[in-house]
Design a protein around this ligand. Structure first.
Ligand code: 5RP
Length: 244
C-alpha cells in the first residue's frame, strides 16, 4: 500500500514572489495609517499602493475614518477606490492635498528621491504627489538603492520618439522604447504619449539628470521625483519600517 506524505506547513516554503508580495502588502497597509479623517488624499498607483487604498476603504467602512476625499493618480487607482466606495474628486478641484501615498520603482534610503513610472502613470503621479503637503512612499526593502540606478521612464510625444532617444544617447543613457504587454506595439500612456525607459546606470547627480531629461524636445515628464519624499514606509523581512 502506498502512503501519501503531506508536508507539514512548516516545511512548505513561500516562493520569493510570495515573500515580496507580502512585504508590499504590509508596507501598503501600514502607509494608510497616516490618513486621518477629513483629509484630501492622493491615491498612488501600483501593487503596493493598492493595499493602502484597500486599507483606507476598510477604515471608511468600519467608521474608523470619515470625510475623506481621494484623488486618483491613474485609472487603475480610480477604479479600485471606486470599488471600495472611497469618495473621489478631480485633481483640478484642488491646489494642494493633505497627503499622497504612492509607490516607487526604486527609493533612496539616504535621500528624499525615488524613481517612478513603472506603471506609466508618472506624469499624473508627479502632479498629485507634488501637490501633497506630505508624500508617503509605500514600498519594500528590495527596491532601495543609493544612488538611484533604475532606468528612468520618460514620457514623450509620439512624434518625438526618435529625437528623444538620440538626445538620451547624447546624455550618456541607453534608451528603450517601452512596449505593450502583448508586444504588439508601443505602450501609450493615458495621455497618448510614448514611454522611453532611459538607463543611465548609477545617477550621482540627480538634479542635473532631472534638468537634462526635462530639456529633451518633446519630453512630457520624467520619472525622477527629486527632493519630494517625506516618509518611506516599507515592508521588510521582520515587519514594517518607517523612514521619516
Ligand atoms: C506607477 C508607479 C508605481 O508606483 C511603481 O511602479 C511601483 O509599483 P509596485 O508597487 O507595483 O511595485 O510608479 O507609475
Amino acid at each position: 500500500e502506498r502512503v501519501r506524505v503531506i508536508p507539514s506547513p512548516t516545511r512548505i516554503k513561500s516562493s520569493p514572489e510570495d515573500v515580496l508580495m507580502d512585504k508590499r502588502r504590509r508596507g501598503g497597509i501600514e502607509a494608510a495609517e497616516v490618513v486621518e479623517s477629513g483629509m484630501d488624499v492622493g491615491l498612488g498607483t501600483g501593487s503596493t499602493t493598492a493595499w493602502a487604498i484597500a486599507a483606507i476603504g476598510w477604515k471608511l467602512e468600519s467608521g474608523e475614518l470619515e470625510d475623506i476625499r481621494g484623488v486618483a493618480t491613474s485609472l487603475q487607482s480610480h477604479d479600485l477606490a471606486r470599488e471600495l466606495d472611497i469618495p473621489l474628486t478631480d485633481v483640478d478641484e484642488f491646489e494642494s492635498l493633505d497627503v499622497a501615498i504612492d509607490g516607487a520603482d526604486q527609493w533612496d534610503p539616504e535621500n528624499p528621491h525615488v524613481v517612478k513610472g513603472g506603471g506609466a502613470s508618472h506624469a499624473r503621479e508627479k502632479l498629485i504627489d507634488e501637490m501633497a503637503d506630505r508624500l508617503v512612499v509605500a514600498t519594500d526593502d528590495e527596491k532601495q538603492s543609493t544612488p538611484l540606478s533604475h532606468p528612468v521612464p520618460l514620457s514623450v510625444l509620439p512624434e518625438s520618439r526618435n529625437v528623444a532617444q538620440s538626445w538620451v544617447k547624447e546624455q550618456g543613457g541607453d534608451p528603450q522604447l517601452r512596449y505593450a504587454e502583448k508586444k504588439d506595439g508601443p505602450l501609450f500612456t493615458a495621455n497618448g504619449n510614448l514611454i522611453v525607459d532611459c538607463d543611465f546606470g548609477e545617477i550621482d547627480d540627480i538634479e542635473g539628470r532631472a534638468t537634462d531629461l526635462a530639456r529633451i524636445p518633446g519630453a512630457q515628464e520624467h520619472g525622477l521625483f527629486v527632493d519630494v519624499v517625506d516618509d518611506v514606509i516599507y515592508g521588510a523581512d521582520d515587519g514594517v519600517e518607517h523612514v521619516e
